[in-house]
Design a protein around this ligand. Structure first.
Ligand SMILES: *Cc1c(COP(=O)(O)O)cnc(C)c1O
Length: 389
């Protein structure tokens, strides 16, 4: 993993808060307040006219949020960031804040499925979409219409972690005057900085690696001021998915240890991959290090990997997947990922073979989120579970 000095300095550098005395807390105070009072009415009026940059009411802005927003914008090399109460709060505010009735959206690569469910809801407001699960760029060219407003993608993709050529997606979009948005939750800004590759909007679920302790739900959007202002006034303030000060503070806490957690989780997931690749009961591994058609590293740099790895069993039947998962004792069964604890899950259900094929997902896929436990303990747990299938 190659993390720059600049990024480490942002994660652990001084807080945005400035104390008036020579005695400073090392973590910033939590501004647990719903509003901010002003001693002069004319100053309150001025603040109300510029809620985008001034604390008035915590549904809009609060200094505890602002501190994290400054750090995330700096890490992504973007102009500005807004925190949200969840990743979906961020994604839905960005998409609905930027598209209009009659617009068309293209989703590329496997995208987090609630994002696609949101797009299905937008049909009620006259917004249409095309979902290209393969990430094929010729298909992307062919899907573009005069009314296409936004191309939204993930790379690495959800569940299979397949990477696409972000630089080329951006080039195709911008040739047609189309905005691009990426859900960068997998990479965090430490492993990939899409804005430096020309992407317009970056979304995060901070619930995963950035929070990192499985104790907070949060999201963020990083983009240019002009786009963020549109999202702020059209949807963020009105949808009301603001993060609470305590949760924003927990995200800043997570940011401080993100680099060390990622390094250990990357190493453990690679060790598990080595173990799985030689295992007679494993059909295939899904992890960016095992992807044969990776995009060129010069134009699509990835500083390293995280703790996610998926694989398929040679016998992908639901009953077999269930036997394997139930035999695990160290990996817990659950949704989400990116925390300290190791988790396992599968999308396989008794009757969903056709549905998985339609989404371009393999049968019997098992996803592991490798936590911070000893890699040897986790490998031993997998080994004993294989004896049940
Ligand atoms: C979890 C997740 C989200 C949604 O985030 P929440 O914080 O759960 O709302 C969005 N995108 C990806 C890739 C995710 O994994």
């Amino acid at each position: 993993m190659k993390i720059s000095q600049q990024d480490l300095d942002i994660c652990c550098g001084p807080e945005a808060f400035v104390s008036q005395t020579d005695i400073q807390p090392v973590t910033q105070p939590i501004h647990q307040t719903s509003l901010f009072s002003y001693s002069k009415f004319e100053n309150l009026c001025a603040a109300l006219a510029n809620e985008y940059s001034t604390p008035v009411y915590t549904r809009g802005r609060n200094p505890t949020m602002t501190s994290v927003e400054k750090k995330l914008a700096a890490l992504e090399r973007g102009e500005a960031c807004k925190l949200f109460a969840s990743g979906m709060g961020a994604i839905s505010a960005a998409i609905t804040g930027l598209v209009n009735q009659g617009d068309h959206i293209i989703f590329v690569n496997q995208v987090y499925s609630p994002t696609i469910q949101l797009a299905e809801q937008l049909a009620r407001f006259g917004v249409t979409f095309t979902y290209l699960t393969s990430g094929d760029l010729e298909q992307l060219q062919a899907a573009i219409r005069p009314e296409t407003r936004l191309i939204w993608f993930e790379s690495p993709a959800t569940m299979t972690f397949k990477r696409i050529d972000i630089t080329r997606v951006v080039a195709i979009a911008h040739e047609h005057g189309i905005l691009t948005g990426i859900d960068n939750t997998w990479a965090t800004p430490l492993l990939q900085k899409p804005i430096t590759m020309g992407v317009d909007i970056v979304a995060h679920s901070l619930t995963k690696y950035i929070g990192g302790h499985s104790d907070v739900i949060a999201g963020a959007i990083i983009t240019r001021h002009a786009l963020l202002k549109q999202i702020f006034y059209r949807t963020f303030l009105l949808n009301g998915a603001a993060i609470g000060p305590m949760d924003a503070w927990l995200i800043e806490r997570g940011l401080r240890t993100l680099s060390v957690r990622l390094q250990q989780q990357e190493a453990s997931a690679l060790a598990i991959g080595e173990f799985l690749q030689d295992h007679p009961k494993v059909a295939r591994i899904y992890h960016p290090a095992w992807q044969e058609d990776s995009p060129p590293a010069e134009t699509n740099p990835l500083a390293g990997y995280n703790g996610l790895i998926s694989f398929t069993l040679k016998n992908p039947a639901y009953d077999n997947v269930t036997r394997f998962l139930n035999a695990l004792s160290h990996f817990r069964l659950g949704v989400s990922w990116g925390g300290f604890e190791s988790l396992a899950i599968s999308l396989q259900r008794p009757e969903n073979a056709e549905q998985l094929a339609a989404m371009n997902l393999p049968q019997g896929l098992i996803r592991l989120s490798v936590g911070l436990e000893a890699a040897q303990t986790l490998i031993a747990d997998l080994e004993q579970a294989f004896q049940h299938v």
